[in-house]
Design a protein around this ligand. Structure first.
Ligand code: F6R
Length: 263
């Protein structure tokens, strides 16, 4: 692993994504061993899958127990029936929760549960409650993040402000396109979601960001070098007191320092 930081955001180049996945999983495991009641911020999608695989392994071998930990996911779709196969709750259950010793009542997503209809007022109440639940749990110790091709973090799409909090958002076209496969077509992808805000994410004591593959190369470059602004919400990560970005060679391929093969 090589540091390619220009100091705007500490960045590490890995030869394989597995290398980064192991580093981040080891860090999470150390955190949870040192502080069993740690509060973890989780993401869905392709990016964190290998980290989750590593955590499952650590739990299976009894190296690390998550029994006293609490988790808060970044986001969840709105307007899906409970238990819908495309929901992040179902994805998290299948990918991680079913394989760890987490207490089910301490796995949180910003979701409307079955009893609540999907109307806007309920969703706003759930958003406010999610913010206060994170605070009541003591805040996020470590947040895992992927970056959307349009610079979104969580579902904070371009236009999201630095001080945004958990709220209802409209999903952008690129976000819905990227989700189309999980829903069997773009028409079936929800148009609204609940997401932690940019400020909610930046309040995490540590943030570990991962980006793998050529389709992330432009957004990695923009995250590091665009002006810090709502136009590219991932730029807000710069300046966080304890953030690190892990990229493979494909995701780093638009960075001059890598293109010129100086690392
Ligand atoms: C997921 C999330 C999104 C993803 C991002 C990258 O909960 O909030 O911001 O992290 O869209 O997605 P993948 O990892 O599928 O490339």
């Amino acid at each position: 692993m090589k540091s390619i930081s220009n100091s705007s955001l500490p960045t590490f180049l890995v030869e394989t994504r597995e290398e980064a996945e192991r580093v981040v999983a080891d860090e999470i495991a150390s955190l949870v061993r040192a502080k069993p009641e740690a509060v973890l911020g989780l993401a869905t999608g392709n990016t964190p899958i290998g980290v989750y695989r590593e955590l499952i392994q650590k739990c299976a071998t009894r190296e690390t127990s998550f029994a006293r930990a609490t988790t808060f996911n970044l986001d969840e779709y709105l307007d899906l029936p409970p238990g819908h196969a495309g929901s992040f709750r179902v994805w998290m259950q299948r990918t991680l929760f079913a394989h760890l010793d987490l207490a089910p009542e301490r796995t949180n997503l910003p979701e409307l549960d079955g009893a609540v209809s999907g109307n806007a007022i309920d969703a706003h109440a759930v958003a406010a409650h999610y913010e206060s639940s994170i605070r009541a749990a003591g805040g996020l110790d470590l947040q895992i993040l992927g970056i959307g091709r349009n610079g979104h973090i969580g579902f904070n799409e371009p236009g999201s402000s630095r001080d945004s909090r958990t709220r209802v958002v409209q999903l952008h076209a690129t976000t819905r396109e990227d989700a189309a496969r999980s829903f069997g077509g773009i028409e079936a992808v929800p148009v609204r979601a609940l997401t932690m805000g940019v400020a909610t994410i930046l309040d995490a004591r540590r943030i570990r960001v991962l980006a793998f593959g050529a389709h992330k190369s432009a957004i990695v470059r923009r995250t590091l070098f665009d002006d810090v602004s709502s136009e590219c919400p991932s730029t807000f990560l710069r300046g966080h007191a304890d953030v690190a970005l892990y990229v493979d060679r494909e995701a780093a391929s638009e960075l001059d320092v890598v293109r010129r093969s100086r690392v």
